[in-house]
Design a protein around this ligand. Sequence first.
Ligand SMILES: Nc1ncnc2c1ncn2[C@@H]1O[C@H](COP(=O)(O)OP(=O)(O)O)[C@@H](O)[C@H]1O
Ligand SMILES: [Mg+2]
Length: 256
Amino acid sequence: MLELQHISYAVADKEILKDVNLVINDRFVAVTGPNGSGKSTLLKIIMGMITPTSGKIILDGVDITGMPINERANLGVSFAFQQPVRFKGLRVKDLLELASGKNYSFNKACSILSEVGLCAKDYIFRELDDTLSGGEMKRIEIAMTAARGSKLSLFDEPEAGIDLWSFKSLIHIFENLYEKTAGTIVIISHQERILAIADKIIYLKDGKVEQYAPRDEVLNRLNVNVMSPGCAILDEKGERAEQAAKSLRHLRKKEG
Ligand SMILES: Nc1ncnc2c1ncn2[C@@H]1O[C@H](COP(=O)(O)OP(=O)(O)O)[C@@H](O)[C@H]1O
Ligand SMILES: [Mg+2]
């Protein structure tokens, strides 16, 4: 269980997060909200890349607020970046082994890669350099996070910058991950198909938790907001929100 108690984060005189209180104990929790609402900052605070100005973070009863990233990683917290990192000279198999702290047989590495839709024999010895596309890097990073088998896996907009085809398989990857994971997945996303598999959704706005509730409650409300004229979400997220609104309407129709 992850608890955030009165978490605030300010830079100079700008308050980015304001008294965020959350108890996360479901398997799959999505974080959504307008651009600039503080979603990435929240995940970075949980991972330990930045320290909150005030408040506490408790993971399974342990206060990890001041704990460095590597110690959190040892406790089972892992993070997949919005922009994956490339390491020249390092191969895909090395990365999987580094992430999990295990040596993998060819077959095991294969099965992890095929879960993220990559044909292992083509990728296992590939170098993590510019020859991999954005979608491929994303999948490798998700495979790595899955290989860790973490207690808490954090994903920041895994759909960002990938093409539609890759996006479809990305959804399957998360559906799979949801079935397999023993821990908790927290994922920032604007995508209705990802929101649709969440147990709960956190809706952040202006650095505050506007709503944290079971998926359907939040989707209903987002739907109403997005469709009402002059709505804040539409204004702030523009086209993407319009697309989300369409998908949400479709989803609601389907579910009756
Ligand atoms: N180190 C920083 N210094 C100044 N402003 C920052 C810093 N980090 C984030 N911000 C600002 O805080 C707000 C929230 O950022 P972020 O958490 O990245 O939002 P989101 O991921 O929801 O789009 C944005 O307005 C961003 O520009
Ligand atoms: Mg962000």
